[in-house]
Design a protein. Structure first.
Length: 274
C-alpha cells in the first residue's frame, strides 16, 4: 500500500483497464521494483507508447511521457542521451513494441542504450479492436484472423538477445513476485534490458479464443510456464507447448550514452587544441 501511495497518482484511479486484465498486476510489480531499489522519483522517467499497456504511465507519479504509437523507445533514447543520469523505464505492448515499433526496438537493443523495457505481452491489440500482433500465437483467432492466425510469432526474448540487449527475462502476471525480481535486475543492468511480461486479456483475446475467465487464463500461465533452470534439464519434446520464464540471457557490452560521452569529450578536446 505504501508503494502504491508513493509511486501512483491515486487521483487518477480507478484505472480504465477491463475487469480481469493483468496489466494492473504488471504495473504493481514495476512499482514494487522501483520501491525496492529506492529510485528517486525526480530522477526516474516513465515512457510509454500507445495501447492498453501504455495507459500505465498516466497512473505513475513520475515525470512521464505518453508518446506516439511505436515510438516510446525513440523518445526514451532521446531522454537518456540528454540526461544520462536519469533512470529511464519504457512501458510498451506487444504490438507497440514489435510491430510499428519493431525497428526502434531492435536498434535500441543494438545500440545498448541504458533503458529498461517492460513489454506487457497480452498477445493481441486489445485497445484497438482485437487485431493480431507479432506476438500472437499461431492458430489463435483475432478480428484480423477470424479463421486462425497463420503467422509464426516472434520469440521476443530471442530477438532482443540477438539484437544486442544485455539483459533479457520473461515472467507472467501469475508470477507477480518473479516479475518484480526481474524488473529490479533489469533496472540494475547497465544497458538495454527487456522483460517480456505475459499478461492476460480476457476480453479481446481470451473470449475470442475460448480461454475462459481471467482466473482460467492465469492458471494457464501457471501450468504452461517452465522456469529456466528446469528447462535447461528438459528435452525439446518436453517443452513443446510450454514457455520459459526467468532470466533468459545476460551479458555485458559498452553502454551507448557512456560511449557517446567519450565522443563529446574527444570533440571538446579537439576544439581546445584549435
Amino acid at each position: 500500500m505504501m508503494a502504491t501511495q508513493k509511486y501512483l497518482r491515486c487521483s487518477t484511479l480507478p484505472h480504465i483497464w477491463c475487469p480481469g486484465c493483468g496489466n494492473g498486476i504488471i504495473l504493481a510489480a514495476i512499482v514494487r521494483a522501483i520501491d525496492r531499489l529506492g529510485l528517486d522519483s525526480k530522477k526516474t522517467v516513465i515512457v510509454s507508447g500507445i495501447g492498453c499497456s501504455s495507459r500505465a504511465s498516466g497512473y505513475m507519479n513520475f515525470d512521464t511521457i505518453h508518446t506516439a504509437h511505436g515510438r516510446a523507445l525513440t523518445f526514451a533514447t532521446g531522454i537518456k542521451l540528454a540526461k544520462p543520469e536519469l533512470n529511464v523505464i519504457v512501458i510498451t505492448g506487444d504490438g507497440d513494441a514489435t510491430a510499428i515499433g519493431g525497428n526502434h526496438f531492435i536498434h535500441a537493443a543494438r545500440r545498448n542504450v541504458d533503458i529498461t523495457t517492460i513489454i506487457f505481452n497480452n498477445s493481441i491489440y486489445g485497445m484497438t479492436g482485437g487485431q493480431y500482433s507479432p506476438l500472437t500465437p499461431a492458430g489463435s483467432k483475432a478480428t484480423t484472423a477470424p479463421f486462425g492466425h497463420i503467422e509464426r510469432p516472434f520469440d521476443i526474448a530471442a530477438l532482443a538477445a540477438a539484437a544486442g540487449a544485455v539483459y533479457v527475462a520473461r515472467s507472467t502476471a501469475f508470477h507477480a513476485a518473479l516479475t518484480t525480481d526481474l524488473v529490479v535486475k533489469g533496472i540494475e543492468s547497465k544497458g538495454f534490458a527487456v522483460i517480456d511480461a505475459i499478461t492476460q486479456c480476457p476480453i479481446s483475446y481470451g473470449r475470442r479464443n475460448k480461454m475462459g475467465s481471467a482466473v482460467d487464463m492465469m492458471t494457464w500461465q501457471r501450468d504452461n510456464a517452465v522456469f529456466a533452470q528446469a528447462a535447461a534439464r528438459m528435452q525439446p519434446e518436453e517443452l513443446k507447448g510450454k514457455f520459459i520464464i526467468g532470466e533468459l540471457f545476460q551479458t555485458q557490452a559498452p553502454e551507448y550514452t557512456a560511449e557517446y560521452e567519450k565522443i563529446i569529450a574527444l570533440a571538446q578536446k579537439g576544439e581546445k587544441k584549435k
